[in-house]
Design a protein around this ligand. Structure first.
Ligand code: ADP
Ligand code: GLC
Length: 481
């Protein structure tokens, strides 16, 4: 039995701000359980819903050296669908309304979390073969492991994998500040280790010290070796090319299933969508105060509102787009400039544009089920899960050809009668607008062809089955050495 520990800052259903939570919460369930035992460890944030916190059971606690003092570390546990989730408890460290706050506190919080994971292992008498780290928040795990290994034989033989879900976030802090927070010796703060551009960089530490580095699509694995996508670490990514690979994300097909989804008005399958999918649209039009018209093309957006997602393109042509016979439904939170931009258009085009500035899992399901198309013109996109959810619900993605969007959405080809969505290459607002208008044309003028695209989209398999096998292979290779 190969023992793997996922170290992550978020996981569904406990805490989610984006796709990382979907991945860390669902992928563990898809490994071959005869050969791989996957456990997950995450912080016990105060903002985790009380119903979950009440279900956790106390396992153990200890005190850990932290900034010249000794800090409480509790370990709680919860079993869900066959997976053990551990939670690291320290009320002061993981307080707050949200899992992330300001940079200083986050840098301290996740250094504490990373060290606590490793210190908890001997106390739990649990020796994983591999610790699989996710994003900058756990970048220090491989670094602390290197450090602790010199002191304690227990850590010998533990391998690490670092998965980059988003290279933009790196956990950057001043070197002096990071030395004080982490307690790591000066040795680690040189340019071949944690230092980057005069600062300390947790993600860089993880990439340097991990045995294998992965990212969440093949295209992104290539893109991050170039200056445009490399977020100033493209040199490092090239240097680590021999251990770097891309494994595309999958979806939890039980949770995201239009045939069984109880959050949507009318369930449907690939055989019934022609008749039934539209009932979701009408229900949503009613709920959101849009003009009730089953024939109107509805375009959805469910997203963190950040520049990564291409909202500058949308802002640029939104007025033009709203002249078209379409409806737009937005669900998202994030940067104020984008929240206000959408509020403005919802006011200006009442009945046509509905904007929901909040976070709601239930509403996201309704949007994926109801819309005809889903707009995701990202500037960069490591993988993207929203377009996979859209495909699963027969909502055709309109995407920019970057990262995982390029790898998962096949552009409609009228002559060959292939494709599952619509795409454009350049980060250009009018190129996007032209592509949306082309989709409108197919929707209104070639309904049979449109429905064929929907059928192909719904038949695509983006469950974890393929990608979990690739992670298994990667673990096997690592443990053979
Ligand atoms: P990212 O991780 O970059 O945010 P992904 O496409 O990988 O992008 O994943 C985003 C996830 O977050 C999807 O599951 C999407 O449905 C969800 N999501 C984003 N914003 C909201 C929101 N306001 N309400 C509900 N779900 C949201
Ligand atoms: C990140 C990326 C997104 C990816 C997700 C899960 O948040 O922005 O593209 O799908 O992680 O891997």
């Amino acid at each position: 039995m190969k023992k793997i520990l996922f170290a992550t800052s978020e996981a569904v259903p406990f805490i989610k701000t984006g796709g990382l939570a979907d991945v860390a919460g669902s992928l563990p369930k898809y490994f071959d359980e005869k050969n791989y035992e996957i456990k997950v460890i995450l912080p016990k944030y105060m903002c985790i819903k009380e119903e979950w916190r009440n279900e956790m059971e106390y396992v153990t606690h200890f005190y850990m050296d932290w900034k010249w003092s000794s800090q409480y570390v509790g370990i709680m546990k919860l079993e869900l669908e066959g997976i053990t989730f551990y939670f690291v408890d320290n009320e002061a460290m993981f307080a707050g309304q949200k899992p992330y706050s300001d940079a200083k506190w986050d840098n301290e919080k996740f250094a504490f979390f990373s060290k606590a994971i490793l210190c908890a292992l001997p106390v739990l008498d649990y020796h994983p073969d591999i610790i699989h780290c996710h994003d900058w928040q756990t970048g220090l795990v491989p670094v602390y492991l290197d450090h602790l290994r010199a002191w304690l034989g227990f850590y010998k033989g533990i391998k690490t994998v670092m998965t980059i879900h988003n290279l933009k976030f790196q956990g950057v802090w001043s070197i002096d500040g990071a030395k004080e927070i982490t307690g790591l010796p000066d040795y680690y703060f040189t340019s071949d280790k944690l230092e980057a551009y005069g600062d300390s960089n947790y993600l860089k530490g993880g990439i340097v010290y991990a045995d294998r580095v992965t990212t969440v699509s093949n295209t992104y694995a290539e893109e991050i070796k170039t200056p445009f996508y490399g977020e100033k670490l493209d040199g490092l990514m090239n240097a680590r090319d021999n251990v770097l690979s891309g494994i595309v994300n999958g979806l939890d097909y039980t949770d995201w299933n239009p045939a069984t989804d109880d959050r949507i008005a009318k369930r449907f399958t690939v055989d019934t969508f022609r008749k039934d999918k539209v009932k979701n649209k009408v229900a949503l039009q009613r709920e959101l105060g849009l003009e009730e018209n089953p024939k109107a093309m509805m375009i959805g957006i469910v997203s963190r509102l950040t520049d990564q997602k291409g909202f500058d393109l949308i802002a640029h042509v939104m007025d033009e787009l709203c002249q078209d016979p379409i409806q737009i439904v937005v669900l998202g939170t994030g940067e104020e400039r984008y929240e206000n931009m959408f509020r403005h258009f919802a006011y200006k085009y009442k009945g046509k544009v509905a904007v929901n500035i909040f976070y709601s899992d239930a509403m996201s399901h309704k949007i994926y089920a109801s819309c005809d198309a889903f707009l995701m013109p990202s500037l960069f996109e490591p993988c993207g899960l929203s377009q996979l959810m859209s495909l699963r619900y027969g909502t055709l993605p309109i995407v920019r050809e970057t990262g995982g969007l390029k790898d998962t959405v096949e552009a409609y080809d009228e002559t060959a009668k292939t494709g599952t969505g619509f795409s454009f290459a350049n980060y250009n607002a009018h190129e996007m607008l032209d592509t949306v208008r082309y989709a409108e044309k197919v929707f209104y003028e070639k309904k049979r062809d449109w429905n064929k695209i929907v059928e192909r989209a719904m038949k695509k398999d983006f469950s974890w089955n393929n990608s979990a096998r690739q992670y298994e292979k990667l673990y096997d290779e690592l443990l053979e050495k």
